[in-house]
Design a protein around this ligand. Structure first.
Ligand code: WQD
Length: 337
C-alpha cells in the first residue's frame, strides 16, 4: 500500500515524506515544482537512503490524476499539501487562489470518495482569525477568514466535512497547523522561501546571514506582555510526526467520526521579541532588528490547545523552540553559504 503526498516537494510535504519513508511507508510524491525545487528529492534520498517515487503532476488536472491512480492502484491514503499559501499574494490574486486551492481539492475528492481512500488535509490556524478564547480549541467558533488564502482553508475543511457526512466510507482528518518553523537536523531539506520571506523565521535567518539589512518587528504596542504578537511556533519535524501518527490512526480505523479536526501546535505562546532572544541564545548570533509599524491583518495572539490530538491520537510536540530555531539557522547557513 502506498501513501500519495501532494505538494510532496514543498516545505512541510518533504519533511512528512522523509519521516514516512523512515517508517518504511511507501510514498508517491507529486508536485508541480511551481513553488518547490527538484533538488528536494535528492535531500530526501540522502537522508532516507531511498529515492522516493516522484511525478510532476498538478492535482487539479483530471487526466493526469487518473493516469497516476492507474499507475499506482495501491494508493491507500493521501496527504494533501498542494496549495498556494501566501496570505499577501492571495489578497491581490483571490481568483487564482480559489481556483487552485479549491479546484485541486475537489479534483482529488472526485477520486478518493468513490474509492474510499482516506485523506489528511493540510489546514491552518488561520481559520480561527483572532480567537476569543486562548489557548485555541478546535470547537472555537470560526470567524470570517482574514484572507482569501485563509478562506480556501476554511472552505476546504467544509467541503471535506460535507463529503464525509454524505459518504460514510470516506474518512478524513483536518490538521490545523500553527506556525511551522525549522528544518531537518541534517540541513538536507528545509524551507525555500519564495522571494522576500513573509514569515518571521526565514526573514530573521536571512537577516542574520546578511541577506537583509534588518528585521522589522511588526508592532510593539499590542496588548501582550512585551507589546509584540504571540504565536505557537512548532518544529516542522514535530509537525511531520503528527502526520505519521494521524495516518496510522486513520488507516487503522481508530477514528470515532468520519471527519475529525485537530490543532497541531506546541500549546506555548511565544512573542516576536521572545523568539528573537531564543534564537540568539540558541545560536550565539545577534539579530539586528528595529521596531516597525504593525502589519495589517495580523492576529495579536494565537496558540493552540493541543490536548485533543494528544488524547485521541497520542501525539504531542517534543522539540524545544531553541532546537527549532537552531535547525532553521543551520539550514540558512547551508543554502546561503
Ligand atoms: C509571525 C509573527 C508577525 C515577519 C503565517 C501564515 C498563516 C499560517 C501561520 C499557513 C507575526 C511577525 C513577521 C517579519 C515580524 N501558515 N513578523 N516581522 O502571520 O502568524 O501566519 O503562518 O497556513 O497562514 O500567514 O506568521 O511568520 O508571518 O508572522 O514582526 O518580518 O511575526 O507580525 O506577529 P503568521 P508570520
Amino acid at each position: 500500500m502506498k501513501i500519495l503526498i501532494t505538494g510532496g516537494l514543498g516545505y512541510i510535504g518533504s519533511h512528512v515524506a522523509t519521516v514516512l519513508i523512515q517508517n518504511d511507508i511507501d510514498t508517491v510524491l507529486i508536485d508541480t515544482l511551481e513553488n518547490s525545487r527538484i533538488q528536494v528529492l535528492e535531500g530526501i534520498e540522502s537522508i532516507t537512503g531511498k529515492a522516493p517515487v516522484f511525478r510532476k503532476i498538478d492535482v487539479g488536472e483530471e487526466i493526469e490524476m487518473n493516469q497516476l491512480f492507474e499507475e499506482f492502484p495501491d494508493i491507500g491514503g493521501v496527504i494533501h499539501f498542494a496549495a498556494y499559501k501566501s496570505v499577501g499574494e492571495s489578497v491581490s490574486q483571490p481568483l487564482r487562489y480559489y481556483n487552485n486551492n479549491l479546484g485541486s481539492l475537489q479534483q482529488l475528492l472526485k477520486y478518493l470518495i468513490p474509492n474510499s481512500i482516506p485523506l489528511i488535509f493540510s489546514s491552518s490556524c488561520t481559520v480561527y482569525g483572532q480567537s476569543e478564547t486562548l489557548p485555541i480549541r478546535e470547537d472555537e467558533q470560526l470567524k470570517s477568514a482574514t484572507s482569501p488564502y485563509g478562506n480556501t482553508k476554511k472552505i476546504g475543511e467544509q467541503i471535506i466535512l460535507d463529503c464525509c457526512k454524505a459518504n460514510p466510507n470516506f474518512n478524513a482528518i483536518l490538521l490545523r497547523y500553527f506556525n511551522p518553523i525549522g528544518a531537518h537536523s541534517s540541513a538536507k531539506i528545509g524551507e525555500y522561501p519564495n522571494g522576500v520571506p513573509q514569515n518571521l523565521v526565514p526573514f530573521l535567518t536571512q537577516t542574520v546571514k546578511g541577506l537583509r539589512p534588518i528585521l522589522k518587528v511588526f508592532g510593539y504596542s499590542y496588548d501582550t506582555p512585551d507589546g509584540t504578537c504571540i504565536r505557537d511556533y512548532i518544529h516542522v519535524m514535530d509537525l511531520a510526526q503528527a502526520h505519521v501518527e494521524s495516518l496510522d490512526y486513520l488507516l487503522n480505523n481508530k477514528n470515532q467520526e468520519t471527519c475529525e479536526v485537530y490543532n497541531v501546535g506546541t500549546g506555548k505562546g511565544v512573542s516576536v521579541l521572545e523568539l528573537i532572544k531564543s534564537f540568539e541564545s540558541a545560536t550565539g548570533k545577534k539579530v539586528p532588528f528595529e521596531i516597525s509599524d504593525p502589519r495589517p491583518g495580523d492576529t495579536i495572539v494565537a496558540y493552540a490547545d493541543p490536548s485533543k490530538i494528544k488524547l485521541n491520537i497520542g501525539w504531542m510536540a517534543n522539540y524545544s523552540l531553541e532546537e527549532a530555531l537552531l535547525s532553521a539557522w543551520k539550514w540558512e547557513e547551508k543554502i546561503n553559504q
